[in-house]
Design a protein around this ligand. Structure first.
Ligand code: NAD
Length: 367
């Protein structure tokens, strides 16, 4: 049936609607404005659970094709993340094509805000790479469909404490899965990157009596965290070679790759960084093969979006933290699916997210 409809309108895999149909995207909104030079794409992947929520990224994409691919990929990722976190929101993402250091202006951001507003609340935006709090202030002047705003604008402020708490919960669940006991006391945990999330995570770990080692590319960050929390430090380039129980990537993505997997001697990977598996399929399978328990990044770092969600429904930090605590049980459910079906944990996470969306779609169809 689907194939016949596609054929009737000559939809090819290379066409825009053909590309959208690959992962069943609902809507792509192309925005263009000669006055400000704005060129932007808003991608709405799935709104079964609620309005599509996801940040706006400004990047100097080489081509429009690249920008569209990123918007499609990232918005789909948000659908899975929001669904798995148990939030009543769907997945979306916006990209603005351009160099964030050179091409941004107040007028451009306000024009973008008008485009977001024209979606009528079906897409709710937030900050992402290349977009600052100041930019969001401009967007906010044109639309109320913005989250992740600073407290002085009535927003929820820094999400990092909630993100760190979710990562901590994911780590405890991973430990429980491995040993039957979720205590991290005495466990050698290496936190790579002690920025906003990393430092809050260190605080939880130290409180629980974990044996914490940190690294960062900035000496001042390392010195400040070592001094404040009494932890050890390792040079950033040696981080994959020291003995550890738990590796917690809280800086960059793609740190689980062919090179690091040969060096890492940990039994758990659990951290805040996005896209930790360089090649999801390949390295997701590889960690499973090597007996390393990988807590899916998009589950354990969902505290940020949980914080934003509570901004939509009426902000309450304690409610956000309580919801982030749910990451513990979701992680255990994922580990169970992974074991039962002998599949990598990232795949088990995807299946759980898809099952939730399918069940709500079915429910809606009967209402
Ligand atoms: P941040 O920029 O505050 O901190 C990152 C830290 O990592 C910095 O101190 C930086 O110097 C350090 N770093 C960079 N490269 C490094 C390297 N090669 N080795 C060691 N340290 C390095 O960022 P953050 O807000 O703490 O977020 C950390 C990660 O978690 C990012 O990947 C981010 O996308 C992700 N994340 C954050 C949130 C949140 O709420 N802040 C939510 C979801 C995901």
């Amino acid at each position: 049936m689907e194939t016949m409809e596609k054929a009737a309108v000559n939809v090819t895999e290379a066409s825009v609607t053909g590309r959208m149909s690959t992962f069943n995207h609902e809507q792509l909104v192309f925005c263009q404005d000669n006055e400000t030079g704005l060129r932007s794409i808003i991608a709405i992947h799935n709104t079964t659970l609620g309005p599509a929520v996801g940040g706006t990224r400004m990047w100097a994409y080489g081509t429009e094709e690249e920008a569209m691919t990123d918007a499609l990929r990232l918005s789909r990722g948000m659908t899975y993340k929001n669904a798995l976190a148990g939030l009543n929101i769907g997945g979306g993402k916006a990209v603005i094509i351009g160099d964030a250091r050179k091409q941004k202006s107040e007028a451009l951001m306000r024009r973008f805000g008008k485009f977001v507003n024209s979606c009528g609340g079906k897409y709710i935006t937030a900050e992402d790479v290349g977009i600052s709090t100041r930019d969001m202030e401009y967007v906010r002047l044109e639309t109320k469909h913005v989250v992740g705003l600073p407290e002085y604008l009535g927003g929820s402020g820094d999400p990092s404490p909630v993100t760190a708490y979710g990562v901590y919960m994911g780590m405890k669940a991973s430990q429980k899965e491995l040993s039957g006991n979720d205590s991290l006391a005495g466990k050698k945990v290496v936190v790579q990157g002690v920025g906003h999330v990393g430092e809050y995570l260190v605080e939880h770990l130290v409180k629980e009596g974990a044996d914490v080692t940190i690294c960062d590319i900035y000496d001042d960050r390392v010195n400040a965290v070592v001094k404040k929390h009494g932890v050890k430090a390792v040079d950033a380039k040696d981080v994959y070679d020291i003995p550890m129980d738990i590796y917690s990537p809280c800086a960059l993505g793609a740190t689980i790759n062919d090179d690091t997997l040969d060096r890492l001697k940990c039994s758990i990977v659990c951290g805040a960084a996005n896209n930790q598996l360089k090649d999801e399929e390949l390295h997701g399978q590889e960690v499973l093969k090597r007996g390393i328990l990988y807590a899916p990044d998009y589950l354990v770092n969902a505290g940020g979006i949980i914080n934003c969600y509570w901004e939509i429904v009426g902000y309450n930090r304690n409610a956000a933290l309580a919801q982030a605590e749910g990451i513990y049980q979701t992680a255990l459910n994922i580990f169970q699916i992974s074991k039962t079906n002998s599949i990598p944990t990232y795949l088990a996470a995807n299946q759980l997210a898809e099952a939730r969306i399918a069940s709500i779609a079915k429910l809606k169809a009967t209402m």
